[in-house]
Structures are given as structure tokens and as C-alpha cells.
Design a binder for this molecule. Structure first.
Ligand code: TXA
Ligand code: MG
Length: 318
């Protein structure tokens, strides 16, 4: 793990955005802030730059990347045969924490999609990244800026911890306002399916747009659905209540383990905002076991539970 923070630039400084744009145009990678988590970006039109993402992250090439665009209208530049639901969801939620899986067109290189005929697209709402995309005059592809299988970064410092020596520009846009990755909706099925939970829920989509979205079924399409994702080094245990967590904490401490509780009560937004930071922090302090109190299965609580389940499964060797 590297700890260099010298390449963190203040993204509010216009010159820093220029530096990032120059780097991207030279096929280098740049870390960018978004409202969900920080991304590790490459210029979408450069297969050479896109390949670097897989190398630096240690990510298998068959795990496709999300394409990030400057504005809603750019959706049609990279897709084909858009169903009505995709248009409606983009209109309603972009810019924002929603990724749409749609049919790709031939502007999208194979390196981005792992050769699939679909592409995941999102229009992020962080103003620094919007400005970067406008000045670049291209789309970027950006996975979360963490090593493959590890916890996503929600601050520039987190990115520097993972990639400080390898990514020459980390644009600092402050702490990510949401803190968990975007909702992914596959619009190539009827009805559309949620492949990854996020801040925008199926219930909200139904209320806002009158579109029914199903839970994921069939062959797994989003890597996060199956694998050891979002895993810190410490063991993550889940507790159904604060009281259960405290009993477990006392047990662990009595046998000499370093343990702590993550719990934000009914404040689900705060839970999402702090979760990855808490897990990264626990690893730094060499905590053995984190006991996370499961939030309510409502709103962004669904996404938090999904991430916690994955973190706890991988820690037990799943
Ligand atoms: O909030 C986010 O979405 C963040 C920020 C940086 O934008 N990005 C992010 O990217 O979480 P990543 O690479 O960590 O996760 C992308 C997910 C993976 O689970 C991948 O399998 C899925 O998107 N995905 C990408 N293209 C897909 C496709 N064509 N079909 C199905 N799933 C796809
Ligand atoms: Mg990720």
C-alpha cells in the first residue's frame, strides 16, 4: 500500500482540472470525485488508456467498466436501440447516482465492455467531474478507485492510500456525498432489473416514473453481484440490533480480540456516507472484527445491507 498524497490536487482549482484533462488526453489515468465514490478514470476513446485501468487495479478484463458522460443527451452517442425506460430513467435521475445498462454502439471499444454487446453508462453529478468531462470533450470510463475486491474510496486520501504512487493526478472534490456506488439498472431486459442497489431504489423508480423494476435474475452480469467485493481486511460480522452487537462485542473483547461496532441508528444517509470510511479506518487500526448493526431494508438501507452482506461473506472465505 502506498501512502503518497503529493499528487492530490484541489479540484476546485481550475488549473488542476486542466492538468487532469491534459493527463487524460495523454492516455494517463486520473482519479476523480463523484457523488457516490471516487473513480479511476481513463479516456473512453482510447483503448490503450482503458487497458491501463485493468492493469493498475488488478481487475480481470471480463469485468466491464462504467462509461461516464457529461450530460444526459450524450447517452445516445454511445448506445443504440434505447428502450423507452432508459430514456425515462436518464431524464429523471441524471445527473445522479444511477447507471443504465443498454445496447452499445460501435463507438464503445471492446476493452470497456469485455466484448459484450451492452454498455453501462452514467452521468455523475459532481461539479468538478462534470467540468472535467466538458473540457475533455470525451467520455471517461471509471471503476471505483480501489484495488480489485477492496473497499471503495470516498475521499481523495483513500485513493492515495491505494494508488498514491501510480496515479499522477487525484482530483480532490471533498468527501463523496452519498458514499456507496450507483444503482445499476439493466434496461436490456423487460422489465428492467436492478443489478446493484444504490441510493435510487426500485420503490422510488416506481413512484417517480411508474416503471416496475425487478430484482436481478438469470446469469450474473455485474461483478459485484457475485464476488469478493467491498471487503476490508478485518472480519465483518452482522448484528440484527444494537443490543446483539454489544453482547458480541463483549464476548470478543473477553477473548482478547480487537473489535468495534458500526451503527448509525436510523440515519441511513449517514450510514452510507460513513460506511467505507469506517471499514478502511478499522483496517488501519488493525481491528480484528467489525460488528455492523444491519440498517432497515428501506431506501439506501437496501444498498448498505447488500454491501455489508458481501463484506461479511468474503471475510468468512466465501
Ligand atoms: O458509483 C459508481 O458506479 C462508481 C463511480 C466511480 O461512478 N463506479 C463503480 O464502478 O462502482 P465499478 O467498476 O466499481 O463497478 C461497475 C459495475 C461492475 O459490477 C460491473 O460488472 C458492472 O458495473 N457493469 C459494467 N458494465 C456492465 C454491463 N455491460 N452489464 C452489466 N454490468 C456491467
Ligand atoms: Mg468497484
Amino acid at each position: 500500500m502506498s501512502t503518497s498524497e503529493s499528487n492530490i490536487l484541489n479540484g476546485a482549482d481550475s488549473l488542476a482540472i486542466d492538468t487532469a484533462v491534459r493527463a487524460l488526453k495523454s492516455d494517463l489515468l486520473v482519479a476523480i470525485p463523484t457523488e457516490t465514490v471516487y473513480g479511476l478514470a481513463a479516456r473512453a476513446s482510447s483503448p490503450k488508456a482503458v487497458k491501463k485501468i485493468f492493469t493498475i487495479k488488478g481487475r480481470p478484463t471480463e469485468h466491464p467498466l462504467i462509461l461516464h458522460i457529461a450530460k444526459t443527451q450524450d447517452l445516445t452517442l454511445w448506445s443504440s436501440d434505447l428502450p423507452r425506460a432508459a430514456h425515462a430513467l436518464a431524464e429523471k435521475y441524471w445527473p445522479g447516482p444511477l447507471t443504465l445498462v443498454v445496447r452499445r454502439n460501435n463507438k464503445v471499444c471492446d476493452e470497456i465492455t469485455g466484448g459484450r454487446d451492452t454498455v453501462a453508462i452514467r452521468c455523475p453529478s459532481h461539479p468538478i467531474t462534470t467540468e472535467l468531462l466538458i473540457r475533455l470533450d470525451d467520455a471517461i470510463v471509471a471503476p471505483s478507485a480501489n484495488r480489485f475486491g477492496k473497499v471503495s474510496p470516498t475521499s481523495a486520501r483513500h485513493v492515495a492510500e491505494d494508488f498514491g504512487d501510480e496515479v499522477i493526478v487525484i482530483l480532490d472534490g471533498g468527501e463523496c456525498s452519498i458514499g456507496v456506488e450507483s444503482t445499476i439498472v439493466d434496461c436490456t431486459t423487460n422489465p428492467p432489473q436492478i443489478l446493484r442497489a444504490g441510493a435510487i431504489t426500485a420503490e422510488q423508480i416506481e413512484i417517480d416514473c411508474g416503471i416496475t423494476v425487478a430484482s436481478a435474475s438469470g446469469e450474473s452480469r455485474a461483478s459485484g453481484m457475485l464476488e469478493k467485493h467491498y471487503a476490508p481486511n478485518c472480519i465483518v460480522e452482522l448484528a440484527s440490533s444494537r443490543k446483539d452487537a454489544e453482547i458480541r462485542l463483549a464476548n470478543l473483547k473477553s477473548v482478547g480480540r480487537i473489535a468495534e461496532i458500526i451503527d448509525f441508528g436510523a440515519d441511513l444517509e449517514m450510514y452510507a456516507h460513513e460506511l467505507y470510511s469506517c471499514l478502511r479506518d478499522a483496517d488501519k487500526r488493525l481491528v480484528d472484527v467489525v460488528i455492523a448493526v444491519k440498517p432497515a431494508m428501506t431506501g439506501i438501507g437496501i444498498a448498505i445491507n447488500e454491501r455489508l452482506n458481501k463484506a461479511s461473506n468474503s471475510a468468512s472465505g466465501d
